[in-house]
Design a protein around this ligand. Structure first.
Ligand code: COA
Ligand code: AMP
Length: 635
């Protein structure tokens, strides 16, 4: 036993119930559990069975009771709206959340009801989430960059009583009107919410629909504050939809009790953050990082959290993050590598750093996609603080692998998110589920049961939960990431084993994009792959096989598909490039060889698939890719 990390890891392995019960002492419960881990119905595991709690109480009320009322709870900084800045103390945030919970309660929202939150990065988004938690209602935040169709799919799956939205989102140089997107989604959806609560932002006016919409500010004026409703620890706190292998997203469920326990523990053990510290996750509340580390974990831990409505560059320059750190004495920043690639591209020498006092800053955490060694090295050199890559997924809620700075900092190895965090039993296996030797690539799996906060199931889809995650390797959760473990136990995450690609830290399904392209009347067949991109990590490109005899020009068809993806999925998909081909490379059984196409595009070595239908087609792919600036002729 050499250090606190090793000790914690071993204890969590050997005595998981004792380990997590001890961590659970940091949470206030109305009633403690009858059983720490209910493992009576695998693979459905439940943490803290029989316990009652409220997540909002732990995020707000108890800090006020403990004397933190005048400490800043949430700082809002918005360079895209003329540098709006607002700070909420714990007292103020509790007041706003209680009142908004009163608004929801008056509109008939109660324990177990679903509420969709489709909002930009404004404090009211966090207020709405916490208000749902206060009532025991289940929120489902939909990222503001998703278009009507994606929102409609989520409305039909979650069947919300209420939708909370705003008149607009604000991007660097454009205002995105939300009302047409919201109205379009409600028109498309079969399920209709009984009420929409709309936050009016000065950047865009909107007409409210009589009988359906109410204005946030007017409702707050009339509201009576609502108290916390005790819920079962195993009750869902939220549903967060994430890309699956089709256009149908998966509704990842998060419980209340286990989630609080794991997140609170992670704040000190992984991020080395104490109550009172300022913690900033530069992400979006629409993603899991935003749920866990903009809203819940920092507040549950009594920290000050930061909600930033801006970009790493262009708002106004590549010094934006340094300005934030110095202005608010930020101790820890968590973002995606793509943000740092953007900063590095604009200010390679890091010259803008000289304008800011960075003395509060202690560590940078990156996740969401692979951290390339160049970006790691640049950040280490310029910032002179530990730069920590950590690996996790929407499904897990917190990191599976990390360098636990609050326990014991391990040496950093480029390309690795270090070792499995306490609670996670990670192995790399072959297709038969056998462990592969160190250094060899395989599927990364996690032995069941997973620690608290990992998804207990998919929303109302237990059978899909089993099918997607549990059947390939019985007794294990299949992460759908491939990678390896080295001789020191360090993990390396190399690629997805499914059709998910990662565009600027956003998880997208190429299958979902293909479903849109296939709907074009002139497209007979199509494939989408993710190609390497210096800024965004990956970008989707489309291969279109057209119907014989089509009269429309290829350029027009490509432009149509670009518009369709923007319209149906959203601008975040960043689908802007496609090429028309005669045919697609397939196996003899008709499976499209997407991974071979991707290797050609990225100029990686590949072996000729043994089952390929016609080997000559790979040359055609190479030419097609060259015509749009990818790949290169092979000798
Ligand atoms: N609402 C509406 N539209 C949105 C949106 C939102 N919330 N977020 C992004 N978009 C739009 C953008 O305006 C852009 O539209 P465009 O094609 O008309 O220009 C498109 O979606 C792509 O956006 P984005 O992925 O943000 O790319 P970008 O080129 O504007 O910026 C980065 C690139 C690297 C600066 C940006 O991706 C970034 O800041 N990433 C930070 C990492 C991050 O937040 N990761 C999340 C997980 S931790
Ligand atoms: P999301 O569910 O959107 O958080 O995306 C999860 C996926 O992002 C993972 O399955 C990985 O493929 C990828 N990912 C997240 N963090 C890392 C990381 N640190 N290194 C490599 N890939 C990562």
């Amino acid at each position: 036993m050499t250090n606190a990390y090793d000790m914690a890891y071993t204890r969590a392995q050997d005595e998981p119930e004792a380990f997590w019960a001890e961590a659970a002492r940091e949470i206030d419960w109305y009633k403690t559990w009858d059983k720490v881990l209910d493992d009576s119905n695998p693979p459905f595991y439940r943490w803290f069975l029989g316990a009652e709690c409220n997540t909002c109480f732990n995020a707000l009320d108890r800090h006020v009771k403990a004397g933190r009322g005048e400490q800043a709870a949430l700082i809002y900084d918005s360079p895209v709206t003329n540098n709006t800045k607002r700070t909420y103390t714990y007292n103020q945030l509790l007041n706003e959340v209680s009142l908004f919970a009163g608004v929801l309660r008056k509109e008939g929202v109660g324990r177990g009801d679903r509420v969709i939150i489709y909002m930009p990065m404004v404090p009211e988004a966090a207020i709405a989430m916490l208000a749902c938690a206060r009532l025991g209602a289940i929120h489902s935040v939909v990222f503001g960059g998703f278009a009507s169709n994606e929102l409609a799919v989520r409305i039909d799956d979650a069947k919300p009583t209420a939708i909370i939205s705003a008149t607009c989102g604000v991007e660097v140089n454009k205002v995105i009107n939300y009302m047409p997107l919201l109205n379009g989604a409600i028109d498309l959806a079969k399920h209709k919410p009984s009420v929409c609560i709309i936050l009016a932002r000065p950047e865009a006016e909107a007409e409210l629909k009589e009988g359906r919409d109410i204005d946030w500010a007017s409702a707050m004026l009339m509201a009576e504050p609502a108290k916390c409703v005790p819920v079962a620890a195993t009750d869902p706190l939220y549903i967060l939809y994430t890309s699956g292998t089709t256009g149908q997203p998966k509704g990842v469920v998060r419980d209340n009790g286990g989630h609080m326990v794991a997140l609170k523990w992670s704040m000190s053990a992984i991020y080395d953050c104490n109550p009172g510290d300022v913690y900033w996750a530069a992400s979006d509340v629409g993603w899991v990082v935003g749920h866990s580390y903009i809203v819940y974990a920092p507040l549950i831990n009594g920290c000050t959290t930061v909600l930033y409505e801006g970009k790493p560059v262009g708002t106004p320059d590549a010094g934006a993050f340094w300005r934030m750190i110095s202005e608010y004495d930020i101790k820890v920043l968590f973002t995606a590598p793509t943000a740092f690639r953007a900063i590095k591209r604009e200010d390679p020498a890091g010259a803008l750093l000289a304008n800011y006092d960075m003395s509060s800053f202690k560590s940078l955490f990156l996740a969401g996609e692979r951290l390339d060694p160049d970006t790691l090295q640049w950040a280490q050199e310029k910032l002179k603080v530990p730069v920590i890559d950590h690996w996790w997924q929407t499904e897990t809620g917190w990191s599976i692998a990390a360098n636990c700075l609050g326990l014991h900092a391990l040496p950093i190895k480029a390309g690795s998110p270090t070792k499995a965090a306490p609670g996670w039993d990670v192995s790399v296996v072959n297709d038969e589920g056998e462990n592969v030797p160190n250094g060899q690539i395989g599927s990364i799996v996690i032995k069941l049961p997973m620690p608290p906060a990992a998804l207990p199931t998919l929303w109302e889809k237990d059978e899909i939960f089993i099918e997607k995650y549990m059947v390939d390797f019985p007794g294990y959760y299949n992460t759908a990431d491939a990678g390896m473990i080295d001789d020191d136990g360090y993990l390396y995450i190399m690629a997805r084993t499914d059709d998910i690609i990662n565009v600027a830290g956003h998880r997208l399904s190429t299958g979902g994009i293909e479903e849109v392209l296939a709907d074009h009347p002139d497209v007979a067949e199509c494939a989408v792959i993710g190609v390497a991109d210096q800024l965004k990590g990956q970008l989707p490109i489309g291969f279109l096989v057209l119907n014989a005899g089509t009269q429309t020009s290829e350029d027009a068809i490509i432009a149509d598909t670009v518009a369709m993806v923007r319209e149906r999925i959203g601008a975040v998909a960043a689908y802007k490039t496609a090429v028309v081909v005669e045919r697609l490379p397939k196996t003899r059984s008709g499976k499209i060889l997407r991974s071979t196409m991707q290797k050609i595009a990225d100029q990686e070595d590949y072996s000729m698939p043994a089952t390929i239908d016609d080997p000559l087609i790979l040359g055609e792919m190479d030419e097609a890719l060259q015509s749009i600036g990818y790949s290169k002729a092979r000798a």
